[in-house]
Ligand binder design. Structure first.
Ligand code: Q46
Ligand code: ZN
Length: 352
């Protein structure tokens, strides 16, 4: 629509679409009523056109970063949330061979009821629907305690020991069961917040390891993040439109996490200038490609569990020992916050 008498100037077609009420937007491919408008892509899509577009973008990311192929067996770390269950679903829709892994953290919800148990039920429901295997690692059964006990023992925000514990079991299961890749549901908001946090601290070690693909190494599974360019809103809409039920409540330990503050800052920038978030991550990744890859730290098998570790006893085993010591009244061991596979020290980075 051109501006003219009685028609306010909108400054061009694009601006008119952005400013118009949602009901005025039309799906670009078919002209139907759009359910999402993505100004960073200059694209609006209806409920029928969105899922195929989303899956095509997922496939593009998989190919662009050479994540895995159709004959590979992929293990998807699932938490019961929109990102991980949406990822599992998208991979199956695309024809990949993918099973799920749920780590039962034994976290209680803010209502005092079993948050982790409720999350597990969503993961189980999807496994039943898809007919794929769901591997469950229950911390209570394997270690004798869950994340709340570990957190009380080490006196640190829960996300730090939780991250170490999840990384340990995700890697262990993927390696022991011979999967070709371990996929996590990290989305653009997670990745941008991590990058922001690592950049604020100029943490070169973590920056060097922030990538959509971490190649396999001795004792380490290949790790991939096929959703790293989708926003939270985009992954949630995909799950909803595809009829994949997911847990809506947040982990109670996520409240007040620094990552949420960082996400808020980045979302304000995104609101002012659509595309900022994606450009922040994409430009970082291409700049990193031009730098020489850092030498990986020297690893040896952990004395306790045999997992690769840069020190004699790995971070996970130190956590476990500290929790056991607390339970038996012994002095606590100092537990390091960093892990060689971590991507940030402060926030919920080990999304499942
Ligand atoms: S589960 Fe664990 Fe997250 Fe909960 S305690 Fe933190 S790291 S917020 S993805
Ligand atoms: Zn160990």
């Amino acid at each position: 629509m051109k501006c003219g008498p009685g028609r306010p100037c909108t400054g061009g077609r694009g601006r008119a679409e952005e400013g118009a009420p949602k009901s005025y937007r039309r799906c670009k491919p078919c002209g139907g009523k759009a359910v999402i408008h993505m100004p960073q892509h200059r694209l609006a899509l209806c409920r029928a056109c969105y899922p195929p577009w989303f899956e095509k973008q997922t496939q593009r990311t998989i190919e662009r970063f050479h994540m895995f192929g159709k004959t590979d067996r992929i293990l998807v770390a699932v938490s019961g949330g929109k990102d991980s269950l949406g990822l599992w679903h998208a991979l199956l829709q695309l024809g990949y061979v993918a099973d799920g892994l749920y780590i039962h953290l034994r976290i209680q919800g803010s209502d005092g009821l079993a948050y982790s148990q409720r999350s597990l039920e969503f993961a189980r429901a999807y496994a039943d629907r898809s007919g794929r295997e769901l591997i469950v690692v229950d911390l209570q059964e394997t270690m004798g305690f869950g994340i709340p006990e570990i957190q009380r023992a080490v006196h640190r925000p829960a996300c730090s020991p939780c991250g170490t514990t999840k990384r340990h079991y995700m890697n262990k299961v993927a390696v022991e069961r011979g999967y070709d890749g371990l996929a996590t549901g990290h989305n653009l908001d997670d990745e941008a917040a991590t990058l922001f946090s690592n950049t604020l601290r100029w943490d070169m070690d973590y920056l060097a390891r922030q990538t959509p693909v971490l190649p396999a190494a001795e004792g380490f599974a290949r790790k991939v993040k096929p959703f790293c360019f989708f926003s939270e809103k985009e992954t949630a809409l995909y799950a909803v439109l595809e009829g994949v039920p997911y847990i809506r409540e947040e982990c109670p330990f996520a409240l007040g996490a620094t990552s949420l503050e960082h996400k808020d800052v980045i979302n304000r920038l995104e609101h002012e200038s659509p595309g900022t978030k994606r450009a922040f991550l994409a430009n970082f990744l291409s700049a990193k490609d031009r730098l020489p890859a850092p030498a990986p730290p020297a690893m040896k098998p952990c004395r306790e569990c045999g997992s690769p570790s840069p020190v004699e006893v790995c971070a996970f085993c130190r956590l476990r020992a500290a929790t056991l010591a607390r339970g038996s009244g012994l002095a606590l061991t100092q537990v390091g916050a960093r892990s060689v596979e971590g991507q940030g020290a402060v926030v919920c980075q080990v999304k499942t």
